[in-house]
Design a protein around this ligand. Sequence first.
Ligand SMILES: C[S@@+](CC[C@H](N)C(=O)[O-])C[C@H]1O[C@@H](n2cnc3c(N)ncnc32)[C@H](O)[C@@H]1O
Length: 266
Amino acid sequence: MTDPFQNVDAAGPEFIKIFADTMEIRQSDPTMEALVAGYLSRLDFAKDSLTVEIGAGAGAVTRRIAKHAAPAQVIGYEPSAGFVKEARARAPNFDNLRFEQADGATLPVADNSVDNAILHTVLTHVVAPETLLAEAARALRTGGWLVVADVDFSKAALASAANDPLDCCAKEFVRTYVTDPHLVGRLRGLIADAGLRLDHFDVQSRVIITEAQMLPWVEITTRDMVTRGLIGQGLADALIAEHAQRAADGRLYGYQAIATAIAQKI
Ligand SMILES: C[S@@+](CC[C@H](N)C(=O)[O-])C[C@H]1O[C@@H](n2cnc3c(N)ncnc32)[C@H](O)[C@@H]1O
């Protein structure tokens, strides 16, 4: 199965609705909120500046950026028409934010015209991340800033013991919904190859201890595995119940490592 995030419209309206909601849940997580607040605090948003989020999805992060940047303008570029429609519907009251349909490889902006370009959990879902980084570098003005925030999916886990059966949900998600789980390991090199100067790189832990944080992963991956005939409905129900029980008992433990890289066009 190819990562559906490579072509969200082809994945269909149900996928769009589920992942629009899932990305809202993820962005409301205090760890994710702190991570976004952290990188936004390192950028400048002068009144006449332009910030773009590339691969904006349904706009959960773009709205957060626009609140911080106001009154400066923010554009969310997103290749999926379905996500653009969701993003516009979810952001009715902003006068400094708009969403446009565009692929990150061909942004409809002039050279040297963007002050801040943000790629938030996008590069792990594309086949050629170097193309998107080169395009962001083209769009940025000299002195402008690139932010890449992405999950090191090679470390994603939902395990409290060796061969923990619940971990199959995390591993299946990475196998089927991620294009390059090791992207973060190559990120600093990719940024250097794009001609940008790295200013900051860190990796933070997102720990999953409540049911809502990872429940969509467990529901989606178990449903997919049933559909593909890999497991029966009984096992799917048991995994969801185990996840709920661990959360209720205070024993749930999932893990994601999330990198933030900030680089400047010089
Ligand atoms: C996991 S979602 C993240 C969405 C959003 N940044 C967020 O964090 O809420 C990945 C996004 O990357 C987008 N994407 C995939 N290929 C892309 C490309 N070539 N250019 C720009 N965006 C792309 C997908 O359409 C999807 O919206």
